[in-house]
Design a protein around this ligand. Structure first.
Ligand code: PMP
Length: 419
């Protein structure tokens, strides 16, 4: 136990959870490595739950930030016009939106992913004048009440007693066996025929459910969902908070499905440096909030705009996407080897790009694997409704040898748990 670890026990609310999974005091970090007070070093297969896709303390972003601060760049400006925001908007349009033929407006909803989701839900309701939102089983969209209402995880609601009657949950993608087709069902409900269903205000979906257990929807399913929304004039909201910013390969996770959602939520790695930042991309004709109708104190984090602008250097070509694909294949191979070696753990390999996981059907096994990996120098966490998935979310920039070293440590952890 490190010297200061008990400080958290003495003073902090019991809500803290990562201190329980990773019982140490972290001090510094660089790239894919995190250092602790006791001198130990960890390979990061967690990347701030997806907030550090470019690793810790990237040199270019650090230099841009230090320069901005040294010159007394404005750090707080609500959503006033700042040069930092102007530079970000121009560059984001040039590097990300324009090459993809996206004409979306950029709305800054507040500092975190859940702010983006709340904004998207509120916007879809205003656009349509309707209330219900279609969401999916095992979805995770955030911890504020609106986001929780569309989150398919009763535990996370913490008994809060939310107005859930405004959410319609459908089975996610192709994850229900037995030939049930949720989109076919939804379409029939919408078409009436005595279903009595209100026309929804929109549909919110993750392309790969991160917290829900690394469930990747097929591109075909996403395309069908997109087409269904278009047919029924339902705004399609893609929550790309975790799967976006290159996590699955392309900048937006939905690109290979050949779709352009009406509303897109981004956060986590959009600042590139782990600074709080979120944005919502809005189809121009859906940009309907009146000035003042949706505001907040921390809507424009100028320091995050500075690092976010610098982070866009990773997207001027497709080199990073190709790297994600290559490293994703390395992980898939390693996880498949673990699964083949230990069928008694009831393993299932999941994921896309560098958003990967192995579900272990034996109760508690995934948690044990993560604990064992941590004891041996790898930081990773579980996901899924029963914490049954050992999840790998390394920085996209992790060097291949470090990735392989971390996977070896994980494989030994699985061996230990299986023994
Ligand atoms: N949506 C998704 C898909 C997420 O994974 C998360 C965070 N895990 C959120 C929304 C909420 O983001 P935040 O924690 O920044 O509020």
């Amino acid at each position: 136990m490190t010297a200061t670890l008990d400080v958290f026990d003495r003073h902090e609310s019991a809500v803290r959870s990562y201190i329980r999974s990773f019982p140490t005091v972290f001090t510094t970090a660089k790239g894919h490595l995190i250092h602790a007070e006791d001198g130990r070093q960890y390979i990061d297969f967690f990347a701030g739950a997806g907030a550090l896709n470019y690793g810790h303390n990237d040199d270019g972003m650090k230099a841009a930030l230090l320069d901005y601060i040294a010159n007394d760049g404005i750090t707080h400006a609500l959503d006033m016009g700042t040069s930092a925001k102007a530079r970000f908007l121009e560059r984001f349009h040039e590097v990300i939106l324009a090459p993809r033929g996206m004409e979306h407006r950029v709305l800054f909803p507040g500092p975190t992913g859940t702010n983006a989701v709340e904004t998207a839900l509120k916007l879809a309701r205003k656009v349509t004048g309707r209330e219900k939102i279609v969401s999916f089983t095992n979805a995770f969209h955030g911890m504020t009440l609106g986001s929780l209402a569309v989150t398919g995880n009763a535990f996370k609601r913490g008994g809060a007693g939310l107005p859930l009657d405004n959410t319609v949950f459908m089975p996610f993608a192709d994850f229900i066996d037995g030939g049930f087709d949720s989109l076919d069902y939804l379409e029939r409900m919408l078409a009436g025929g005595g279903s009595g269903m209100d026309m929804p205000a929109g549909v919110i979906v993750e392309t790969v459910q991160g917290e829900g257990g690394i469930n990747a929807a097929s591109f075909g399913w996403l395309k069908r969902l997109n087409d269904l929304c278009a047919r029924w004039d339902l705004p399609l909201i893609v929550d790309d908070v975790q799967a976006g910013c290159g996590r699955t390969g392309p900048f937006f996770s939905f690109e290979p499905a050949g779709i352009k959602p009406d509303i897109v939520c981004l956060s986590k790695s959009i600042s590139g440096y782990g600074l709080p930042m979120a944005l919502v991309l809005v189809r121009p004709d859906m940009d309907v909030f009146s000035p003042g109708e949706h505001n907040g104190t921390f809507r424009g984090n100028a320091t995050a705009f500075v690092t976010a602008t610098e982070a866009l250097r990773f997207w001027t070509d497709d080199a990073l996407s190709r790297e994600v694909e290559r490293k994703g294949a390395i992980i898939e191979e390693a996880l498949t080897a673990m699964a083949t070696k230990h069928p008694q753990l009831q393993p299932e390999v999941r994921g896309r790009g560098l958003m990967r996981g192995i579900a272990l059907g034996v109760e508690g096994a995934a948690d044990q694997v993560c604990a064992e990996a941590f004891a041996n120098g790898v930081i990773m966490e579980t996901s899924g409704p029963d914490s049954e998935v050992a999840k790998l979310l390394p920085p996209l920039t992790i060097p291949e040898d470090a990735l392989r070293e971390g996977l070896d440590i994980m494989a030994r952890a699985v061996d230990t748990v299986a023994a």
